[in-house]
Design a protein around this ligand. Structure first.
Ligand SMILES: Cc1cc2nc3c(=O)[nH]c(=O)nc-3n(C[C@H](O)[C@H](O)[C@H](O)COP(=O)(O)OP(=O)(O)OC[C@H]3O[C@@H](n4cnc5c(N)ncnc54)[C@H](O)[C@@H]3O)c2cc1C
Length: 550
């Protein structure tokens, strides 16, 4: 095996192999992927394989859509093998006003992904899925181009294509240590040999925190148990001449799909989610599953039987209880590791099959310094030291339990609070401030009045709008103090200050002493890095205020 490589990827699951494949596609094949077991032997092999076009975050929605075309079109075209993607489509069923508002909001977003996303009637839904009871549904979305895939098949296809382009895969070879040499390269010590590399990527799945610890960083990932079950065949499904769409239902908090001539049902418990390996992973855990724990699922399975009565007519054949990673905001961690040059993260996805195309964007980032998508919401630097263990556990449990619950644009969740505050926090609270959180920071939003004590969750204009409008008018017409303690602040000073700011920004930097201007800072490729308000203090000193976390 080679002892040097441009890139070493640690982990041969859905994400690590996706990166290997996309680096090779973009032209980097001096890459070694090191996997301690067989490829997919972490969480990937047992995943239910669902890939959905129903997703809130625009960047993630684009990644999901790309992943579907990767599995269904790109890999089959490259390998010459038929697609293994089951394009059975999905139905998302909503019951509340909030879900109706949310689904309609996503309908408009879907046009920008773009992906097919239709609001359909109960009658249309019944034709697509004759066994689901839609009587109580308030809104139903059909996404006909998504479905599910066998994770091992697509990972194998990607690994074969990458290997044929010269990339190397080293299986049954655990990474033991990662060191930095005095020359600035990485030295990856494995069971079989030591590899010198320019870049290292942590794609270690449930082991990502252990891999991070090798370079002294805390990776904000918590492992939980997640289960699905497969039923015996049902005669009604044996007679079907088409595949049922996947159903996702907030009442059952479950996904329900056809598996052969039986059913596959996976609840996300809305209470009692079970974290796992909080004291650290056992390196011998490989192709591991936990004992069934159907008791925990019963409240949700009962509801599934109510909604899909044929489920109550068949026995359970198999239960899969496996490990799943969750980050505090349930978004995957992608991108550079803060403070460690050329050390990258690609881990923490709780739906890493649906997001299996994410390797494309990390490959762009590593090779070109920029991606075609705005990766801010996935950037692994969004969490800092403030995201401590207690916070990660509490938020990971929350993110698991709300997988299928309704969400609002003015959501204000209470887990993991209060973490970072300004010196004015208590004073503002006493004055009735309602805070929300940005990057762990308590950010004041608006002040309660006698008449308006709270706002309703919504995707429409907030019912606190009038109160907030009064605050804005007061600041505009009279005077007010706005707490921006959480914002990032920088002082740029010295003889080269103006040249440095001009280098970062294409906007005009304020010319007059005391004047303020807004500027975008750019990457070397012209992408947008951040936005800053720049005040000229004097000829050699500028004061910058930017977003929290910039
Ligand atoms: C029951 C269940 C059902 C699921 N269903 C779905 C679904 O329908 N759709 C979906 O999108 N997702 C689903 N998931 C989630 C999905 O399985 C994961 O998000 C995905 O597999 C994560 O891929 P990964 O590459 O990040 O991690 P993994 O597949 O765990 O890969 C990480 C790899 O790194 C290796 N590794 C770690 N440390 C080292 C080291 N030191 N040296 C060498 N190798 C190392 C491990 O052996 C492992 O193979 C499900 C999960 C569960 C538990």
């Amino acid at each position: 095996m080679k002892h040097t490589a441009r890139v070493v990827i640690i982990g041969g699951g859905s994400l690590g192999v996706s990166l290997l494949y996309h680096l090779a596609e973009e032209g980097w094949n001096d890459v070694i992927l090191v996997e301690k077991g067989e490829l997919t032997s972490g969480s990937t092999w047992h995943a239910a394989g669902l890939c959905s076009n129903f997703i809130g975050n625009m960047t993630v929605a684009k990644i999901h859509d790309y992943s579907i075309s990767l599995y269904d079109e790109i890999l089959p075209a490259q390998s010459g093998n038929p697609s293994v993607f089951h394009k059975c489509g999905s139905l998302r069923i909503g019951y509340s006003r909030l879900e109706e508002e949310w689904f309609k909001h996503l309908l408009s977003r879907s046009k920008n992904v773009p992906c097919e996303f239709n609001i359909i009637s109960k009658e249309e839904a019944k034709k697509l899925h004759p066994f689901m009871n839609f009587d109580n549904a308030r809104i139903i979305v059909s996404t006909p181009n998504d479905g599910h895939v066998d994770p091992s098949s697509v990972v194998t296809a990607m690994s074969q294509i990458a290997s044929s382009k010269g990339s190397t895969i080293s299986r049954f070879n655990r990474v033991l240590e990662i060191n930095r040499t005095s020359g600035g390269e990485w030295e990856v010590v494995t069971e079989n040999c030591t590899i010198k590399a320019e870049h290292v990527v942590n794609a270690g799945g449930c082991f990502a925190p252990e891999v991070g610890a090798m370079v002294g960083v805390d990776v904000p990932i918590i492992n939980l148990e997640h289960q699905y079950l497969i039923t015996e065949n049902h005669p009604a499904l044996q007679e079907l001449n088409f595949e049922l769409p996947v159903c996702r239902d907030s009442y059952c908090s479950s996904y329900l799909r056809q598996e052969g001539q039986g059913l596959l049902i996976g609840p996300y418990e809305t209470f009692g989610a079970k974290p796992w390996a909080l004291d650290g992973m056992d390196w011998d855990f490989d192709r591991g599953l936990f004992p069934d724990d159907l008791e925990r699922l019963m409240p949700f399975l009962d509801r599934c039987m109510e909604r899909m009565p044929i489920f109550s007519e068949v026995g359970i054949k198999t239960v899969i209880n496996g490990a799943i990673t969750h980050t505090p905001d349930d978004n995957v961690l992608v991108g550079p590791q803060f403070g460690l040059e050329n050390f990258w993260n690609l881990c923490g996805s709780s739906i890493g099959i649906a997001q299996g195309g994410v390797g494309k964007y990390l490959a762009q980032w590593m090779m070109h310094g920029q991606t075609e998508l705005n990766m801010a919401s996935l950037d692994s630097r969004r969490f800092g030291k403030w995201a401590d263990r207690e916070y990660c556990i509490s938020k990971a449990i929350e993110s698991y339990e709300v997988m299928y619950t309704e969400v609002a644009s003015n959501e204000n969740r209470h887990h993991g609070r209060v973490k970072r505050t300004s010196p004015l926090f208590s004073q503002l609270n006493e004055k009735g401030a309602i805070h929300n959180v940005v990057a762990g920071y308590e950010k004041p939003l608006w002040f309660r009045t006698k008449e308006k004590q709270s706002e309703q969750l919504t995707w429409m204009r907030s019912d606190a709008h009038e109160v907030i409008a009064d605050e804005c008018m007061a600041v505009q017409n009279e005077a007010g103090i706005i707490d921006i303690s959480g914002s990032s602040k920088f002082i740029i000073s010295g003889g080269g200050a103006i040249d440095f700011l001009n280098y970062l920004s294409c906007n005009k930097i304020p010319q007059e002493k005391g004047s303020i201007g807004l500027a975008l800072f750019h990457t070397s490729n012209g992408g947008i890095m951040t936005e800053q308000s720049i005040t000229k203090v004097d000829d050699e000193k500028f004061f910058l205020v930017g977003p929290i976390g910039s």
